[in-house]
Each structure stands twice: as C-alpha cells, then as structure tokens.
Design a protein around this ligand. Structure first.
Ligand code: FCA
Length: 335
C-alpha cells in the first residue's frame, strides 16, 4: 500500500473502531451525542439565580454535559427558549418559571419537543389550581418562614424594644404559593412567640425584586408615621432589602430596623459593609442544591433514565454578619 492508500484505510477504521481496534477517546462514538441541558430562570439579574447557574455549571463541568443558561422573564420568552433548546438538540431543561400558571403550556411544549422538565423554586400549577406532576425542588417555605419569625422575635426581645413603638412590616407576594407560605410561616412564628397579630402590617409588592419591595414599604411607611421601630420580613432578601432602603430614606437605621430575609445571595453585600444596616439577618438557602442537584438529576434522567424525586424541599439556616462566613463555608457556599 502506498502512503495515501494506507492513510485512507486507517481513517476509515478510526471512524468506526479506532486504529488499534479499541475506543479510548471520550465521545469517540459519533452516534452518542453530548448531552445538552437548558437552565431557565425568571430573574437572571438576581444573585440567587446567578448562583443557581454557577452551581449548575459545576455539575455540567463534572459530568461533561453542555449547559445552556437562559433568562426567561415572561411567558413568551420561556416558550421561544424551549423551541430554541429543541432546535439545538437539548434533551431537557430545569426551570424557575416567571409565572407558575405557565406550567401546562411549558409541559405541553416540552412534551412536543421531547424535552424533559424539572421545575425549581416555583412550582407549576395546572388549570385547576393544583400543583402539577412535574419533578420539583423548592425550599421548605413554611419552616423557613418560621425560622425568620423566631429570629425577628428574638431580636425584638434582645433589643428590649417595646410593643407600643414597634411594628412588623411584612412585604407579601401572595400570588406565588412558596412566597405566601414563607410570610405566613413567619407570621405564625411571630404571633406564637407573643408578638401581637395587630402589629404585623402587611403590604403587597407588585414584583418580587428590591424595587417592588421599596414601593410596597413606602406606602406602608406613609400610612404609619407613628411606628418608631420596625421588624421587617418578606419572601426573599430583595423583599427585605427594598423595605430597609425605604426606611433608611426616612431616617431609620440599624438601631431602629431589624430585617430578616430569605436567601443569602443578595444580602451578602449588607453583611460585608463596615457599618451594619437594618438588614440584620437572613435565612440562608442553598443555590448549590437548587442549581447543582437539579442539573445533575436532569443529566442522570437523560443519560440513565433515572426519574428525579417528585418533590424535594431544602432547609434554611439563619445567618447574621457575625456568622455568615462560617455557615456559608459549611454549606459549600464560600467563593
Ligand atoms: C423564588 C424567589 C427567589 C428565591 C427562590 C428560592 O423563586 O423569587 O428569590 O427565593 O424562590
């Protein structure tokens, strides 16, 4: 055989079994395509969701699949993202939907495109208002709300505030089940500890971001100029952060405001400030579990047919500027 003939012959063998008749290179079988998974989030600018993406990427790097991160802020974007994923040859996606009522449309589109779906943080609801039968990982919302309420009450006592001059500002978003469970859990714990229900003042936010909460709290502050000291809670760190900012704008400070969030991503900057703010604590939840584990489960579902657990609820841990570094490190969340 001359050199060219030899090369062609070897190339043909490589394409099937390799020159030595043994496949040693990863992904050498051209028929077995690399797994591709989407990760869609409703608020891509929120640190919580950026952290979910970060940990999802760690799963992609560990297992060797492609991760497509998509900010899907409304229904139209979600549906076109699913088309896009299908066109790219993805086999599934993890999603925190911008609206839980999109569940049936998301599932229908995913089924049509043969994509598997794993919902995270916010659980799909069907046309009947019931939760849908789609794998879900969320936080244990009521318990975490309870931890927030207890932490607020403990701080109220520790500071020797009197009930006459104190009220609790509860920024609500009752349209979303996990949000309602969180604030209800906090109210239940506060009142069980002895804080009067009449001094818990609810104010609804239109959007679950800092601006939404700032606006909701501003309305409440205008209505209640008599309150001298505020406890603050909401569905997430943003819900507390916006209210604390609104209070600062009216002369309140770390001595007259004690806010406890839920998250641990957005509030980190508050703990890092040299001077404490009214953002006293948060209940740390796990973007590591919500990002890494959901993507890992999706990968194993696609690769090995292992269907993910139907409903996983993750735990929270109260952190303050005193202990956040240690607790975050213990939870695998240090930078
Ligand atoms: C919801 C909230 C997020 C985060 C997540 C666990 O999606 O909007 O801020 O708290 O649940």
């Amino acid at each position: 055989m001359n050199a060219i003939v030899k090369w062609v012959a070897c190339a043909a063998i490589v394409a099937t079994v390799g020159c030595q008749g043994k496949d040693t290179t990863p992904n050498a079988n051209p028929i077995e395509k690399r797994i591709k998974i989407g990760f869609l989030v409703k608020q891509p600018e929120e640190p919580w969701f950026q952290n979910e993406w970060k940990f999802a990427q760690q799963a992609a790097d560990k297992y060797g699949f492609d991760l497509v991160k998509i900010g899907a802020t409304d229904g139209e974007k979600v549906l076109s993202a699913i088309d896009n994923l299908a066109a790219q040859g993805a086999q599934g996606f993890v999603i925190c939907t911008p609206d839980v009522r999109l569940g049936p449309a998301i599932v229908a589109k995913a089924n049509g495109a043969k994509l598997k779906v794993y919902s995270v943080d916010d659980q799909f609801t069907g046309a009947d208002g019931q939760f849908m039968d789609v794998p879900y990982m969320g936080i244990s919302a009521r318990e975490i709300g309870g931890q927030v309420g207890q932490a607020l009450y403990d701080e109220f006592k520790r500071r020797n505030w009197t009930i006459d001059e104190t009220a609790a500002c509860c920024v609500t978003f009752d349209e979303l089940h996990t949000a309602k469970e969180r604030t209800e859990g906090a109210i239940a714990a506060l009142t069980a500890a002895g804080f009067p229900a009449a001094k818990i003042l609810e104010t609804p936010e239109k959007t679950t971001d800092t601006e939404g909460s700032f606006n909701a709290a501003s309305t409440l502050l205008t209505q209640h100029p008599e309150v001298k000291r505020w406890l603050v809670f909401s569905m997430n760190d943003e819900g507390v952060m916006g209210a604390v900012r609104a209070m600062e704008g009216r002369g309140f400070n770390a001595d007259t405001v004690a806010g406890v969030g839920i998250g641990g991503s957005t509030c980190k900057v508050e703990f890092e400030k040299a001077t404490p703010s009214g953002f006293y604590a948060t209940c740390l939840i796990s973007p590591l579990r919500h990002g890494f584990e959901t993507s890992e489960s999706m990968y194993k579902w696609i690769k090995d047919g292992v269907v993910p657990a139907k409903d996983i609820r993750t735990k929270g841990y109260i952190i303050t500027r005193e202990n956040y570094k240690k607790v975050m490190a213990d939870q695998g969340l240090d930078e």
